[in-house]
Design a protein around this ligand. Structure first.
Ligand SMILES: Nc1ncnc2c1ncn2[C@@H]1O[C@H](COP(=O)(O)OP(=O)(O)OP(=O)(O)O)[C@@H](O)[C@H]1O
Length: 714
């Protein structure tokens, strides 16, 4: 399997950010040989490997492997023909070496897998002291690299592409690895290897010196040293670099002083096995069997299930997260406020209990009222205060307006109420006027009978609650007094003007429920879309950032299978979320019929599918977790605001109404509310709640596949 690069140019980025990584690279790797690529950091080694693996397509020039283009289905690169060890570790931290090797072995349908796994583990010294059963996440850096190398070798590929496989590996093991590479090469395997250890490549068949995107020289290292009468490749490489650079250049000075390269000579005492004597054998010509969607389902599902198993604590939390959120929501939101710190400034009376006027029926009768011969005393305010619900208000008394105001400013009280000095007298006038003039009140009379409420207006709910409860306290006082004195007409007259207490939001037809219960169906729908989205995006991004998706890509595992199996396995978590939500529906709305419950479950399932598909789509657009979080926030916040859970959508500007109608959660939130509260599935617009998330799932799923096929794994 020979590799030929002919004048390959490769650049990254566009426009001003365009950067040329390879500038006309030509190289030849013969079949059954080891080609060592050496060069300083950033010289383009990984870029060359990426071109071989079809991860990058050259701007110009050609790359041919065994006479075919990388990516060609029959070549099997990416696919079973190649074993790739990336520079990053790219191994599942939750697996042990044996498990991960079994996974890649199954992907390629390796025969006699157990034996092969044991052989590779032995070769890389991974079977000592129970290392093969140790979770990779708990291994040292060098041990992880060996596992990564083992993954590339397990299916015995015809081409091995290794990006710095021996970093952090001890000299003895490094020698063993090179010996094995030479054995593999002798059996026809082609090895393309990058390294920073110059002396290491002395045992390669050919070495290519790379600098600044160009191959300075490629040759047999032994011949090279003989020709140049040098004992070290490092010296040859330095001379080559110096030849390239003008004498006056500062770069030249840094090279001469030895500071320009990160290339490292091999440690003393390591004698590398040279297998030059072993002649390359004939190329193996087995037919290429690329992994198919069906063939990878089993190993992928097993792998994902194992990951779920190892994440038990985290996933259990994820599974019960909706339940916890609902419970928090029900406990914290929509309940009547209580324990409000309310200041009292009573300019009328000190409200001393011993001096409290005893309001008896003698004090007022309808006839007396009509004759204006009655008195309410001078401390009605105290009676109003007495009638304030102690569960709702925690009272604090202040001497003056300023003192009370300061307490609000300092956040010590939520607000205060001031009774003017003529509150009771004014009230007498008000009662008399009302009875006399058939409910028409003059402004100045009204102003005398007002309680002045000053609150921290930044909290609308507190403000409304204060006002409502104060009015209720006043009303209660008059109702009790009037009724005990058989003055129903008076009660009616006094309590009617401006003391009406608001009923629930008229949008809701079911006034028996708390606000939180009314919001619950919409909240549940939204959560069962957004939480699966976050879970999926998180899982996929973890795999992507760890380089696991890249490795699967190089194995030619169909991306659709990767996504499908991941979503399939996450359904376990989603089902727990869904069932716990439905149980809560039964608890909150016990009259819900089984039919409605099952249908609600179906709608929630569609939402969860749509959320998961959106999660994978977002991942296909983003190259980092930060971006995923930002895009996720950009989705979650508007969805929450325009879903109609908080406020009726009909009050929104038209543009937002149109946008909200296109969001898969919007109609579902409405419909869920209607079917649960009305206990029927025959509600208007049902089809939108089914169609939108179904279409959304398909669009996001295929959109993700399209993005990956167009721009690859970012
Ligand atoms: N995706 C990318 N976008 C922009 N520039 C890139 C990208 N990948 C690589 N480069 C740039 O291309 C140049 C070659 O990178 P490459 O990874 O091939 O170097 P390398 O020789 O493998 O380095 P190292 O030994 O440090 O891994 C570097 O300057 C790098 O910054």
């Amino acid at each position: 399997m020979d590799i030929v690069f002919d004048n390959v140019c490769l650049s990254y980025g566009r426009g001003k950010k365009r950067f040329s990584a390879l500038k006309g690279v030509s190289l030849n790797v013969d079949q059954g040989t080891i080609y060592g690529l050496v060069g300083p950091s950033g010289s383009g080694k990984t870029s060359i490997l990426s071109c071989c693996l079809d991860l990058q397509q050259p701007d110009s020039g050609s790359v041919r492997i065994a006479g075919q283009n990388p990516g060609d289905k029959h070549l099997g690169i990416p696919g079973p023909t190649v074993g790739y060890m990336p520079q990053e570790l790219s191994v599942h931290a939750f697996f042990n070496p044996r498990e991960i090797l079994h996974y890649y072995g199954k992907i390629f349908n390796v025969q006699d897998l157990e034996q092969r796994v044991t052989t590779v583990l032995e070769l890389l010294d991974l079977n000592q002291n129970g290392l093969d059963k140790r979770q990779i996440g708990f291994m040292s850096g060098g041990q992880k690299r060996r596992v990564s190398l083992a993954c590339a070798m397990v299916h015995n590929p015809r081409l091995l592409i290794l990006d710095e496989p021996t970093v952090g590996v001890d000299p003895l093991l490094r020698r063993a690895i090179w010996t094995e590479l030479n054995v593999l090469a002798s059996s026809g395997t082609t090895v393309l290897i990058t390294t920073h250890y110059l002396q290491e490549v002395a045992s390669a068949s050919k070495v290519g010196f790379l600098r600044d995107g160009r191959i300075l020289l490629e040759d047999d290292p032994t011949q090279l040293m003989a020709q140049r009468h040098e004992t070290s490749l490092e010296k040859i490489f330095l001379d080559l670099c110096l030849d390239e650079i003008p004498h006056s250049s500062s770069e030249r000075l840094s090279i001469e002083s030895g500071s320009a390269f990160e290339l490292e000579p091999l440690s003393h005492g390591s004698t590398l096995a040279s297998s030059k004597e072993i002649e390359p054998s004939e190329e193996r010509n087995e037919p290429v069997a690329n992994p198919s969607f069906r063939s990878v389902l089993n190993p992928l599902i097993l792998k994902n299930m194992k990951i779920l198993q190892r994440h038990t604590v985290l996933l259990s939390f994820q599974a019960i997260l909706p339940l916890l959120t609902y419970l928090m929501f029900l406990v914290c939101i929509g309940r009547p406020l209580h324990g409000l710190d309310l200041g009292i400034v009573n300019e009328e009376s000190a409200c001393c209990p011993q001096q409290r006027t005893n309001l008896t029926c003698l004090a007022m009768s309808l006839q007396m009222v009509l004759r204006r011969e009655f008195t309410l005393g001078e401390d009605v305010s105290c009676h109003v205060i007495d009638n304030l619900d102690p569960h709702i208000f925690s009272l604090k008394y202040f001497k003056s307006f300023e003192e009370a105001k300061e307490s609000v400013v300092l956040g010590q009280t939520h607000g205060f109420v001031r009774f003017p000095s003529d509150f009771s007298v004014g009230l007498e006038q008000r009662i008399a006027t009302l009875v006399d003039t058939d409910n028409t009140l003059e402004d100045d009379i009204l102003s005398h009978t007002r309680m002045f409420v000053h609150t921290d207006a930044s909290n609308v709910k507190v403000f409304a609650s204060l006002r409502e409860n104060l009015l209720f306290g006043l009303q209660k006082f008059f109702i009790q007094y009037g009724e005990s004195c058989h003055l129903e007409q008076l009660v009616k007259t006094i309590t009617s003007p401006g003391i009406a207490i608001h009923s629930l939001n008229p949008e809701f037809r079911h006034q028996d429920y708390d606000l939180s219960e009314l919001m619950f169906p919409g909240m549940m729908t939204l959560l069962l879309n957004l939480l699966p989205m976050a879970l999926t995006a998180d899982q996929l991004m973890t795999d992507k950032e760890a380089g696991l998706l890249l490795r699967d890509f190089v194995c030619r595992v169909p991306f659709s299978a990767v996504i499908f199996t991941q979503l399939f396995c996450q359904l376990v978590v989603v089902m727990v979320q869904l069932v716990s939500s439905l149980i809560l529906v039964l608890v909150l709305f016990p009259t819900t019929s089984i039919g409605v419950l099952v249908f609600a479950g179906f709608l929630l399932f569609l939402q969860a599918c749509c959320g998961m598909a959106m999660g994978v789509f977002i991942c296909s657009l983003c190259s980092s977790r930060d971006q995923v979080i930002q895009v996720g926030m950009a989705v979650v916040m508007p969805a929450f605001i325009v879903s109609g859970i908080l406020w009726p959508r009909s009050t929104m500007p038209e543009v937002l109404q149109v946008i909200s109608a296109m969001i898969p959660t919007t109609f579902a939130c409405d419909i869920m509310k209607n079917i649960i509260l009305n206990n029927t599935i025959f509600v208007n617009g049902l089809w939108k709640a089914i169609l939108l998330p179904t279409a959304g799932s398909a669009i996001f799923f295929f959109g993700c596949l399209f993005m990956v096929s167009r721009v690859g794994l970012k």
